[in-house]
Ligand binder design. Structure first.
Ligand SMILES: [Mn+2]
Length: 360
């Protein structure tokens, strides 16, 4: 049996950190990538498409986009499309799932339900509300033997540190399914041999780097084994490079930047450059870096993580006194606390000087 798995599309995502025009382009790109997902199901002649949640964004997905997506999904009929709603498109709170749905669509509710596909028992469960503090595996019906599981949840978490359906690997292993298709985590990630997160279909931010797409999963029901791989589908990728300016000439720093970024296609990459090393008075100013990076990236930004230049003789102004105090504390702090204090210094000085704190 061949399955295609994809999740966390967040269609019509606001892309709040991008400018309006780029945000519009990214939303259009999300829809194009969703179309490529549907094409993949066709060309691979998959037996089912599994969508474990967060197709839509409760606060921003437009009705027209929901209808468009449901129509596309419907065009796959008779191939079944199994959906386990997530915390961003929960079954009862979002309203998305009250719309008329194509006949080939199954939307799972708050209790485990079984759906048969090509002789396989696929069991699914979805979010009803935005928060689900309970372990979703705890109420799996005892005595049942699932072949495939589809749900939205937070692996390696417990109700004390997540209210997004936290569950453990060991509990998942006890259910002895051949494959678990899980949504929620946006970086593509295997859950041991038990299943995987496909990650966000189109990445949404710098904490979701690398290649994104859908999973193609071959399930052998007799041998109770599976093989899977990630099929790249996303239009864009996010990448971060760190340029260490310690003991480097400007030329060496630029070479380091070029070496690290050469592998990425500028027209499809959103790039963040982090400058680390000595104090801000040394090396190139941020403005010059922006020029060197080039404008042909989808988007690029420079974050100066060097310590701001501080006038330590200034004991009269609030910024001066603030900086002296933080820097005095940094002298005796351990590594982790030093980093936190350095952030506090950059953000605090930016705020005190009336700049936006994330412009630091
Ligand atoms: Mn989620």
């Amino acid at each position: 049996m061949r399955l295609v798995q994809a999740s966390d599309m967040h269609l019509d995502s606001p892309f709040a950190t991008l400018d309006d025009e780029l945000g519009r382009r990214r939303r259009k790109g999300q829809m194009e990538t969703f179309q490529r997902l549907i094409d993949l199901v066709r060309t691979e002649q998959a037996d089912a498409l599994l969508l474990p949640g967060d197709l839509f964004e409760r606060r921003s997905t437009r009705l027209g986009t929901v209808r468009w997506a449901l129509d596309l999904i419907g065009s796959l009929a008779p191939v079944p499309v199994l959906i386990a709603p997530g915390n961003h498109d929960p079954l009862e709170r979002s309203g998305f799932w009250n719309l008329t749905r194509p006949d080939n669509v199954v939307v799972f509710g708050g209790t485990w339900q079984r759906h048969e596909v090509a002789d396989a028992a696929i069991w699914g469960r979805g979010f009803l509300e935005e928060h689900e503090p309970a372990d979703p595996l705890a109420d799996f019906p005892s005595g049942e033997r699932p072949d495939v599981l589809i749900f939205h949840g937070d692996v390696d978490k417990t109700p004390s540190d997540s209210d997004y359906a936290p569950f453990s690997r060991s509990h998942l292993a006890e259910l002895k399914a051949i494959w678990a298709a899980v949504g929620h985590i946006h970086r593509p990630m295997p859950i041991g041999e038990l299943g995987a997160y496909a990650g966000s279909l189109e990445p949404l931010g710098f904490d979701e780097p690398g290649v994104h797409g859908a999973l193609l999963v071959e399930v052998d029901l007799k041998a109770r084994e599976q093989r899977w791989r990630l099929v790249p589908l996303a239009r864009c990728r996010y990448e971060t490079v760190s340029v260490d300016l310690t003991a480097r000439t400007d030329q060496q720093a630029l070479e380091s930047f070029n070496d690290q970024t050469r592998q990425w296609v500028r027209e499809t990459t959103l790039l963040r450059v982090e400058l680390v090393g000595p104090g801000a008075e040394e090396g190139w100013p941020v403005g010059r870096w922006q020029g060197e990076i080039g404008s042909d990236w989808v988007a690029s930004e420079v974050r100066d993580l060097r310590l701001p230049a501080v006038d330590l003789t200034d004991t009269f102004t609030v910024p001066g006194r603030f900086a002296r105090r933080v820097m005095a504390e940094m002298e005796t702090a351990d590594e982790a606390r030093r980093e936190a204090l350095a952030d506090a210094l950059r953000i605090g000085l930016a705020a005190l000087e009336g700049r936006r704190a994330n412009d630091y």
